[in-house]
Design a protein around this ligand. Structure first.
Ligand SMILES: [Zn+2]
Ligand SMILES: [Zn+2]
Length: 69
């Protein structure tokens, strides 16, 4: 509580599932287009064969996923 302003910040939380990055269960991963999501959402996107960025719809594959830390 008290940090409502951070809710939509894509650096601090996944814009798909809205979970905050904690560096353990929820880690930042980036793809080709530079947008950042958690691994779970990227994996889910690949499994559903959408394979495109939830934000800009640019195509990506599992090889394009880069862990930020
Ligand atoms: Zn997510
Ligand atoms: Zn994107």
């Amino acid at each position: 509580m008290g940090d409502e302003l951070d809710i939509v910040d894509p650096i601090k939380s996944c814009s798909v599932c809205m979970r905050k990055y904690d560096g353990k269960e929820v880690k930042r991963h980036t793809i080709k287009c530079g947008h950042i999501f958690c691994r779970a959402c990227l994996d889910k996107t690949i499994k559903t064969r959408a394979e495109s960025c939830p934000t800009c719809r640019k195509k990506f594959t599992s090889k394009d996923i880069i862990a930020l830390y």
